[in-house]
Design a protein around this ligand. Structure first.
Ligand code: SF4
Length: 296
């Protein structure tokens, strides 16, 4: 049975980032997306390997196969909006080995109905799905792919569809909780990044941005958030600086080499494991100390 990890949120952009788009494979143009920035943060914080970052995220030399989690996410979005895969194929409903829909697929089918009800209630008009917002430079681009570009409350808007097992969770990095959301950079980046693209590509200042977050663990829970910025100008300046910082760092590593960061847990799940000379498939040695208290 396919299990949807509780600590992850599925979004179309992550799927695009991981699978790449055929024409971009082996690209020498650096494509800065919100997903790439999240991976760069992980690499910088020693939570992701530089070799994997280079081959999977930056050059996209290594093709990735869609995981069951990604296929479920693609299918869910198809049920919500009719969005097809980037290659034009229709996402298939995940099935068990006996040919029946998985429990997760059935749950997300109900959640897709929840999405449609909310869209109708709030008057969301979907103008298009999968719209690419892109700023081109000679050797890099800044790019985002919208789940939904639409119209709501009389204004153009961006809607991002999520499925998550962490609705209301205050503690996890990917927890969807209103109070702690402000400090969840891996979630907030998508808002400021898309607002940045909407400003520079569409000429829309501070476009309304909505998250529709659907539970992946039950049929009932789902949330509707509008995310606003306290200071739009400041957020756009900081986003521009962040893009430049990531670009400079990636260019520097392309010239001087990305740093391998092998670890057993990472390597065993890595698509590059088979031919990687840096891989580690046994645990790293940990040194632990006794503090001198020997009696109870
Ligand atoms: S196998 Fe390990 S060292 Fe090699 S690229 Fe993957 S994570 Fe990095």
């Amino acid at each position: 049975m396919v299990e949807l990890p509780l600590n992850e949120t599925i979004s179309n952009e992550d799927v695009d980032s991981l699978l790449g788009i055929a024409s971009e494979k082996n690209s020498t143009i650096i494509s800065i997306s919100a997903s790439l920035i999240k991976k760069w943060w992980e690499y910088r914080d020693n939570k992701y390997c530089g070799i994997a970052f280079r081959d999977i995220d930056v050059t996209r030399k290594v093709p990735s196969v869609a995981s069951e989690r990604m296929k479920l996410g693609q299918w869910f979005e198809y049920k919500c909006t009719g969005a097809v895969n980037r290659d034009g194929s229709i996402p298939e409903m995940p099935m068990t080995s006996t040919g029946k829909p998985t429990a997760e697929a059935k749950r997300m089918e109900t959640q897709a109905e929840n999405f449609k009800l909310l869209a109708k209630t709030e008057g969301l008009e979907v103008i298009d799905t999968g719209r690419v917002l892109q700023i081109d430079y000679p050797d890099y681009r800044v790019k985002g792919i919208l789940d939904i570009f639409g119209q709501m409350y009389g204004e153009p808007c961006i809607v991002d569809i999520k499925s998550s097992g962490l609705i209301g969770n205050q503690w996890e990095e990917f927890g969807w909780d209103e109070i702690t959301f402000n400090s969840r950079h891996k979630l907030t980046i998508q808002v400021v990044f898309y607002k940045f693209l909407a400003l520079h590509v569409l000429g829309i200042r501070d476009i309304p941005f909505y998250f529709l977050i659907h539970s992946s663990t039950n049929d009932i829970d789902y949330e509707f958030w509008e995310v606003k910025l306290y200071d739009f100008e400041y957020a756009m300046q900081e986003t521009g600086k962040l893009i430049e910082q990531v670009l400079m760092s990636v260019k520097d590593d392309m010239a001087n080499g990305f740093i391998p960061k092998p670890s057993m847990k990472r390597c065993k799940k890595c698509d590059l494991l088979q031919n990687c000379i840096y891989s580690r498939i046994t645990p790293e040695k940990k040194v632990v100390y006794i503090d001198g208290i020997y009696s109870k």
